[in-house]
Design a binder for this molecule. Structure first.
Ligand SMILES: O=C(O)CCC(=O)C(=O)O
Ligand SMILES: [Fe+2]
Length: 469
């Protein structure tokens, strides 16, 4: 590539890589202490000091569960008088929380020390939909699910599936950095709702691409009660810092994207995306580059590695290597990306689309020598596939005897001449994501795809512009 185009590409790449992205959101809803509406047992009843995302209050949360011996119990949050015993019983009926490490369920209190109860063992009155939490999460984390420009991506809704109750107790419970294990390729996020119960410490830290957001839900004994929550893309690394005192009680939900049937979308006459694509700073920058005749003057493929990881079904791995049934795989990959693209990835996709360019989302393997077999002397061109082949080569293993060349053959073609403006991020994936999960078994794993954009030549771009003007 000539020098001016290279400089322009580098500048664009830096901008893309640095753009602040949304990867988490959270809020608090004041909790009513009794049915009579008393908000706090202290003098602050009725005060509005607790921030609320929509001004609503949350009714007390009730929870019913069955002990091993079949006795039923119930408890409320905020705790009613005399319910301290019930809280100890609830913690006693849970199980020491394990986590997934290299495909196995591991108990290691230095890494995760908490009590967990599976959703099959309890019922709760808490409904994140009624409280407006799911609407918030959809708006912020999956804005395009609720309606986009026709023809670009499909529409759908968010389904929150209750997963576990977790109790972190002072003085030492914690959960160190991990990434939640995806249940399927439609899982895009996790939601944590912290029930009103006095505790200190236990900050939830969520990280993505060098940025970090802290949710501090510490609640002193006398503080007004609130339901506090946070949602994040499920490929984001997160941790729960040490709870130094009291009980930090959370309900966790897996967030799935559920596409609407085609005609359902049509009947609803869905509204346009709530994001004004032309007003994204990214739009102006990309447009500027395209208008510059020195930028990729002969046209070609522009490649941008996605900033987030996406879940792919692991069954694919077996299928690809065992019976070549590629269609099902390609289909599932196509169906949910690009709709489930996250944050900046979706912004970029939308910007290129809006500018009338052809964009596709492709799984990519780069530097296969390093990730798979260091002694292999394959050239270092990235390899692009229709099939999420990265799964084969992650720390899950791949089948014995699979050679890097077999994988490449199954995966797709080497691509050359791509103008890559951001670097690959597979290192994060291979080194970390599959090492510490919140579950051992996996139905899906994460992989980093790339956006591939067809850039017309400068002459064609000028012609198209002249037509528009
Ligand atoms: O309780 C929390 O804040 C989050 C727990 C968590 O990260 C998990 O269960 O995977
Ligand atoms: Fe987690």
């Amino acid at each position: 590539m000539d020098e001016p185009s290279k400089a322009l590409s580098e500048e664009l790449g830096e901008f893309v890589a640095s753009s602040a992205a949304v990867f988490t959101c959270g809020g608090a809803i004041p909790a009513i202490r009794t049915k009579a509406g008393r908000r706090s047992s202290t003098g602050s009843a009725g005060s509005n000091s607790t921030p609320s995302s929509d001004g609503a209050t949350a009714p007390p949360v009730s929870l019913r569960w069955e002990s091993e011996d079949g006795t039923g119990s119930n408890i409320h949050f905020p705790l009613r008088e005399q319910e301290r015993g019930a809280l100890d019983r609830l913690a006693g009926d849970g199980q020491p929380a394990s986590f997934g490490h290299r495909g196995k369920s591991v108990l290691d209190p230095t890494y995760r020390s908490a009590t967990a109860m599976d959703s099959s063992r309890f019922d709760t009155s808490l409904c994140p939909y009624r409280l407006g939490i799911i609407d918030r999460v959809t708006q912020v984390l999956l804005p395009n699910a609720a309606g986009v420009e026709p023809g670009n991506v499909e529409s759908g809704s968010v389904v929150a599936e209750l997963y576990k109750l977790n109790i972190y107790q002072g003085p030492s419970d914690l959960f160190k950095a991990h990434v939640d294990t995806p249940r399927s390729e439609t899982q895009f996020g996790s939601l944590v709702v912290c029930l009103p119960c006095p505790h200190a410490g236990g900050q939830l830290i969520v990280k993505h691409a060098g940025q970090e957001v802290e949710y501090d839900w510490s609640t002193p004994e006398q503080a007004p009660a609130a339901l506090q929550w946070a949602a994040f893309y499920s490929d984001c690394e997160h941790e729960v810092r040490t709870v130094t005192n009291g009980h930090r009680v959370t309900l966790t939900y897996n967030l799935f994207y559920k596409p609407w049937a085609q005609d359902e979308t049509r009947n609803l006459g869905h509204s346009p995306a709530p994001v004004y694509i032309e007003r994204l700073p990214l739009y102006a920058r990309v447009r500027q580059a395209l208008e510059n005749p020195e930028f990729m003057s002969d046209g070609g493929l522009l490649g941008i590695y996605c900033s987030h990881a996406y879940a792919y079904p692991t069954s694919v791995r077996v299928r690809i290597l065992d019976d070549d049934d590629e269609n099902a795989v390609t289909e599932s990959f196509r169906r949910h990306l690009p709709t489930t693209l996250k944050g900046t990835d979706m912004a970029l996709f939308a910007v290129f689309k809006q500018l009338g360019l052809k964009v596709t989302v492709k799984p990519i393997i780069s530097d296969i020598d390093e990730i798979y077999e260091p002694e292999n002397d394959l050239d270092r061109e990235p390899c692009m596939g229709e099939i999420p082949g990265m799964i084969v080569i992650t720390s899950l293993g791949g089948n014995d005897g699979d050679d890097a060349r077999d994988i490449l053959k199954e995966f797709g073609d080497r691509v050359s001449g791509v103008n890559w403006i951001t670097g690959p991020r597979w290192k994060d994936l291979a080194m970390f994501h599959l090492t510490y999960g919140n579950e051992p078994g996996v139905n899906a794993v994460y992989a980093y795809p790339a956006l591939m954009v067809d850039i017309p030549s400068a002459a064609e771009r000028a012609k198209a512009n002249a037509k528009v003007a």
